[in-house]
Design a protein around this ligand. Structure first.
Ligand code: ZN
Length: 327
């Protein structure tokens, strides 16, 4: 599919962090100064995970304000709408950006308001995912569950677990996710990005409906079979995976996962930090994983089906995809 068609394709993004996706223009307006791209975007040769993480410094500093956060969510939707992303789930951790005068609940409300505002102006819809963090104490992550419970289906669609997977293994979060299940809060987990296959086993055991990345399943047919049979969707983020060295060389496991019938979706992870768009990611996988035009459309259908969009939005976007493929 050429770039013009890829841009026209109705797209769905399920794995994208707000703080890593602030547009340069938005950051410059907020800071009131010019920003060098190297302050926000990793270099092509991204040397390390620390190099990658350092690009979140400015975003995390400027987002500590209700109005700015609301405008950031609005700007994020506007940018995604420019490449015809029709539905997007934006994730963030409301705890880290909170201050004494700006509560995590204020942050959740601000992002929801920004999204709803953008839905009125652009041809895009969205929902919020609240990230529990691996380095937080369980009581802090319980506060995330409480916020998710309060705003569930009112802008928030689920809870995620993010952070240093290799340092804080997924298996440590059994209690948190059994509480999420008791509260009927759906959850997804970053699993098998920098962690090992056990992380995916734990996510499956806890009842995650989707997993982020899943790279560690590469070459493990039996685990892939069980993830597929459990109806778990995999949110893959190719550029980010190369930058953080979750994969090296040319062997991106997307082709393998698709051939084994896994429900896969393609995402940006961090639009600005990774210096990418969803169009770029789709162009990349056609090149490196030999993905056909039909499969590109199929990946969008996987995403909308695995999303938390309401049934009308799902139906509309599936119809748009059918019209697109009939063209
Ligand atoms: Zn992520």
């Amino acid at each position: 599919m050429n770039r013009t068609k890829l841009l026209e394709l109705p797209k769905i993004e399920l794995h994208c962090h707000l703080d890593g996706s602030l547009s340069k223009g938005f950051v410059e307006t907020t800071l009131g100064r010019k920003v060098d791209p190297s302050e926000l975007v990793v270099s092509k040769s991204c040397e390390s995970l620390n190099d990658y993480l350092s690009k979140f410094d400015i975003p995390l500093e400027i987002l500590k304000d209700r109005e700015i956060l609301k405008d950031a969510a609005f700007d994020y939707m506007k940018e995604a709408a420019k490449e015809n992303v029709r539905y997007i789930e934006v994730r963030f951790d409301p705890i880290t950006i909170s201050t004494d005068s700006f509560s995590p609940e204020d942050a959740v409300q601000a992002v929801i308001e920004g999204i709803r505002g953008a839905e009125k102006e652009f041809n895009i819809k969205g929902n919020v995912i609240l990230c529990a963090m691996r380095h937080f104490k369980i009581d802090v992550n319980r506060d995330i569950l409480k916020l998710a419970e309060k705003y569930l289906n009112k802008g928030v669609c689920c809870v995620d677990l993010a952070g240093a997977e290799a340092v804080f293994p997924t298996s440590d979060f059994k209690e948190l996710f059994s509480e999420a299940r008791e509260k009927n809060i759906p959850f997804i987990i970053h699993a098998g990005e920098t962690g090992d296959p056990n992380s995916i086993e734990s996510a499956m055991e806890f009842g995650a409906v989707r997993i982020g990345h899943g790279i560690a399943m590469h070459g493990i047919r039996d685990l892939q079979d069980r993830v597929r049979n459990a109806n778990i969707t995999v949110e893959m983020c190719p550029t980010s995976n190369y930058q953080t060295k979750a994969v090296e060389g040319d062997e991106y496991p997307l082709r393998e996962f698709l051939d084994n019938g896994l429900h896969v979706t393609i995402n940006t992870d961090n639009r600005t930090v990774s210096g990418t768009t969803l169009t770029d990611e789709l162009e990349l996988i056609q090149r490196i994983s030999d993905i056909s035009d039909e499969e590109i459309i199929e990946l969008q259908k996987n995403a909308i089906n695995a999303s938390f969009a309401d049934s009308d939005t799902k139906r509309d976007i599936l119809k748009e995809l059918d019209l697109f493929s009939a063209k």
